[in-house]
Design a binder for this molecule. Structure first.
Ligand SMILES: Cc1ncc(COP(=O)(O)O)c(C=O)c1O
Length: 426
């Protein structure tokens, strides 16, 4: 793109912004809600079929259909529909038999819900570094294993698949369970396998800013009957009876059951997954190809991809040579009209990075005698600098959304904004 010097002046210095019209909001599945979701919801409403198990007009349950179709699409035998991704994690941990006295290794870069779910089942989160793929580092996981470690919780953040081969090897060597947090990774694959189906169980979120959405909601998948039965028992106070578990094996559950109206939306969304992934991946490719030259010249790198074909393509993350430059780049991009954010900023609270998880970091409990840390057999200490590599990487990382709704000309403007800012600032 040839531009005149005045056009190249950064918007932060009074130049014309590269983004001429506001970009569409980033709600991948949410922005594609249309007459299909409407019809599906209306069908359930008109039949007064709002509860999975009964109603005035019994008929097929959309929740049951969602469980079957979601599990099949994600490569697992069993699906369990719940009310949130956090609920799916909690059901998964209970399904795997994780509880008080256990430690679960989670990455330093993940939404706080991964840690909260561990605490909710009475176990202790142990935080490990991410590597240059921004996902859980198998070597640091192995270094953090103790006699109390029960499970590993890899998180496919921003649709980037973790190093599942290495993580599974560590897990099997030490006899640990693996629960994949795939909340941000619907349809992502790793070496030909769907994430969520590689470990012992996988949890997904259907909250509104996820790839597929029903506003709120979550899914747990597994191919192990026992894990499924335990999770199903937990997610419904009478899940034991409903799943024909022998009375002597029934455990007390709570209610995380998904309503039919959410399943009505989620079922239609599931059918839109492949198109969403295709659109995001194509746009990300266009952006990265267009910027290949300037990034190389300016020393900007990209996170290592554990499976370049399998990742979601929902974000472009650029690693700047240093944190101060990343901050400047992010500010200049905002002025250009391109929303971006730093993946870690010490002074801006962001629950995606462990250093900001104050309720966890300070080991706060609901009651003075509450668990899990107080009753744990070893002392756990969290410090803000306990995962320096993660903070170093995230502090240099500038993130932009790759929106499946962006038109070709909007992608061109995004590339122009990035190129202009990289040229001027780096
Ligand atoms: C990585 C990760 N794990 C877990 C969750 C929890 O999902 P939910 O908000 O549906 O409870 C989210 C999303 O918010 C997430 O991004």
């Amino acid at each position: 793109m040839s531009t005149s010097p005045s056009e190249n002046k950064l918007a932060i210095h009074g130049g014309a912004p590269a983004i001429r019209q506001p970009l569409p909001p980033m709600y991948p599945g949410g922005m594609r809600i249309d007459a299909e979701e409407e019809a599906s919801v209306l069908e359930a409403l008109r039949a007064k079929r709002l509860f999975r198990y009964y109603g005035p007009n019994p008929g097929p349950s959309k929740v049951a259909e969602l469980e079957e179709r979601f599990a099949a699409r994600m490569g697992a035998t069993y699906g369990l529909a719940v009310t949130s991704g956090t609920a799916a994690l909690i059901c998964g941990l209970n399904g795997l038999g994780v509880g008080p006295g256990d430690e679960v290794i989670i990455p330093a870069y993940t939404w706080i819900a991964s840690a909260s779910a561990v605490v909710a089942v009475g176990a202790v989160p142990v935080v490990a570094e991410v590597d240059d793929s921004l996902t859980l580092d198998p070597a640091d996981v192995e270094a953090k294993i103790t006699p109390y470690t029960k499970a590993i919780l890899p998180v496919h953040m921003r649709g980037l698949p973790c190093k599942m081969d290495e993580l599974m090897t560590v897990a099997r060597k030490h006899n640990l369970k693996v629960l994949e947090d795939s909340a941000q990774a619907d349809g992502v694959s790793y070496k030909g396998r769907q994430v969520g189906s590689i470990g012992d169980a996988g949890a997904f979120s259907l909250q509104f800013n996820k790839i597929l959405t029903s506003g709120e909601g979550g899914m747990l998948i597994t191919s192990q009957q026992e894990v499924f039965e335990r999770a199903a028992m937990f997610h419904d106070v009478i899940g034991g009876q409903r799943n024909h578990i022998p009375e002597e094996r029934i455990l007390p559950g709570i209610n995380f059951r998904m309503p039919e109206l959410l399943a009505a939306v989620a079922l239609v969304q599931l059918g839109k997954l492949d198109a969403l992934l295709t659109d995001m991946r194509a746009r990300k490719r266009m952006i990265l190809e267009s910027l290949a030259d300037v990034t190389r010249r300016k020393g900007v790198t990209l996170p290592a991809l554990n499976d370049p074909e399998g990742e979601a393509g929902l974000a472009a993350i650029f690693l700047m040579p240093e944190a101060a430059l990343a901050r400047k780049v992010s500010e200049a991009l905002s002025a250009e009209g391109l929303g971006s954010w730093l993946l870690y900023s010490p002074d801006a609270t962001d629950y995606h990075v462990y250093a900001h998880w104050t309720p966890i970091m300070q080991q706060r409990t609901w009651t003075p005698n509450g668990g899990p840390w107080r009753n744990h057999p070893r002392k756990i200490e969290y410090t803000k600098d306990m995962c320096p590599r993660t903070l170093g990487l995230l502090g240099r990382a500038v993130h932009i959304d790759v929106n499946p709704e962006d038109s070709n000309s909007q992608i061109e403007e995004i590339c122009e904004a990035l190129e202009k800012v990289f040229e001027a600032i780096l």
